[in-house]
Design a protein around this ligand. Sequence first.
Ligand code: NOJ
Length: 745
Amino acid sequence: MKQLYFFTIAFFLSLAGFAQTDSIEHKVNALVQKMSLDEKVGQLCLKGTSSRSKGLSDELKDQVRKGLVGAILNLTDTALVLQIQKIAVEESPNHIPLLFGRDVIHGYKTIFPIPLGLAASWDTTLIEKTSEIAANESYSRCINWTFAPMVDICRDPRWGRIAESPGEDPYLASIFAKAYINGFQGNNLAEPGRILACAKHFAAYGAAEGGRDYNTVSISQNTLRNIYLKPFKSSVDAGAATFMTSFNDLNGIPASGNTFLLKDVLRTEWKFRGFVVSDWNSVTEMIPHGYCTDEKDAALKAASAGLDMEMTSQAYAHHLKTLIAENKITIAELDEMVKNILRIKFRAGIFENPYFEGREKFALLDPASLALAKSAAIKSFVLLKNEKNILPLTVQKKIAVIGPLANAPKEQLGTWIFDGNKNDSQTPLTALRNMYGTENINYVSGLTYSRDESQAIFDQAYKAAKKSEVVLFFAGEEAILSGEAHSRADIRLPGAQEELIKRLYKAGKPIVLIIMAGRPIVIEHLLPYISAVVMAWHPGTMAGPALADVLSGKENFSGKLPVTWPKTVGQIPIYYNHTNTGRPADSTSFVGIKDIPIEAWQSSLGNTSHYLDAGYTPQYPFGYGLSYTRFTYAKTTIEKNTLTKVDSLIVTTTVTNTGNRIGTETVQLYVQDVTASLVRPVRELKAFAQVELKAGETKTVRFAIAVSELGFYNNEGIYLIEPGTFNLWVSANAADGFKQSFEVK
Ligand code: NOJ
């Protein structure tokens, strides 16, 4: 009876869904029929105002009045937004409201950790909540479209945009993509407080050569599909309203003119129903790329490839009408682009609610939002080293607080902060003074900013260290050293930070290194000077209280690395889910540079794939992170060792907290397809679970993974699940665990 009841409800809900889709299609078609050619082209134009600009030009108002604009970005004065919206709604020929876009990447006013930091929490519910708050705050300021989430997989920490990324793993990135989109859009885009999400940058932007931004991407179809496209597919499945193309070319064709990506994959295969926007000028940048002769050619190639809306450059505005007159673009093609945009405008409810009604109920920097920002920061921190359990600081009375990031309210916010305000930031220095008493904190910045080369205040810093029991050194990168166009070839601590650490070491006090940065930082050569290392990323508004809580032991660490941490820049790219060579490196055969005799006979040494001087292992593997307690894994049980393609792999493990305080462990499940028709990664993350365990407590963790999830795409784009042996590990990180195996028939 109950079942019948649910069935009936589900049936009517799905009918309602169809009815809504039908009525939207009806409205879209009716509207397009009434629109002039100029107005149609207008819908495809996203006009930029600079992120700092104030005011509305008469030219823009006039264009909106004539229906020549579909959306505006970076207009942040709410009065101006409402003013221009009124012109669109009341004066433009068909009264079509505008979309207002903005880069709200990890919070609007309440700034959460940078996305790479949020990824280190491995907490999808948390990510969803942070993006919901970001959406609510944005909506309250008349923004209805964010250019997020950025779901580019990145295997190169030199690339500045790794800070915005979900890290290196396609599974993790895919579930985070869904969480971000759910948080921004909710179940109903038209609900006040929800905003359109934009999955970006489509596609493979994170594979830019050498980590140089905007650079060439040349990868096989199997790497593209098995690694880089996965989070985008997940974004379509999660209902992302919009997609943004990337700046790079993919195997020779710039993404904004790439028919394979935009039509074959996105529309035909994945059935995407939203619209695709270009990146900033990426349509006309196809000219310097060497793919288009001029602006008109760029408009033709972008439109033919399936790019719906052009951001800031004006190739569509200037040339689409001529291209139609010349029969190079058909009216049907143009209508399709316009409909893609209007469909989303209707779904977002902006025809009914163009003036952001209900926005007053969403407060900026609400206490609950700040509490969430603090807990997000705590969950993002990764404890990388803790020699002799120097942390938590429970016995020390006098603490030296040193370093350029200890009291840097702007820098702790990280990259892509257009609207975050440094005056809202709570810094580590203030929080530690509050916690331990100002008289117990000996603060000297030592360096005034991260790139500072001056040693003028080193002596003072040394004295502060000398009269303290422990040194908390807040190191890292200013916010501007990561993010777009901020790649670095040398990813050690910039400025004279290393020199300062070495100087402080001479004071003979243990040093705790807290890194705030947009990427992993090379620290191998510094480790001998340092007792503990905390990766804090750029933690956002609540960095200070969050750090004070974990350093003092009030809270525990639970973050795990979403990227492999290199020992040296020469190892990059280094990532856990690489494939094997015919000569895989291992400890038994490895020969280091110091082990080679003088005038050694020509030989291939250890015969494996490694560096003589850097070996083959990273500093810290993917998935790694320590806690104030310890977790022990019991042997894993695989329910059925032989499975068919329609079965599920059922795996159970018990995990025990063998330390003496409560903690949360992220239990990771990795799989390897041992032999296949294409070489497969040595390990791939397929599932994980977070368990909170009290001291001494044991819990059973059960995983169920459909065998269909264990397949891969070949170079023809065909998805295969091949029979054979698979290895499996349930472990605390990607370099840990006992290997077991099972068969797929
Ligand atoms: C360029 C960036 O690549 C993109 O991520 C951003 O959304 C746009 N500019 C708009 O600011």
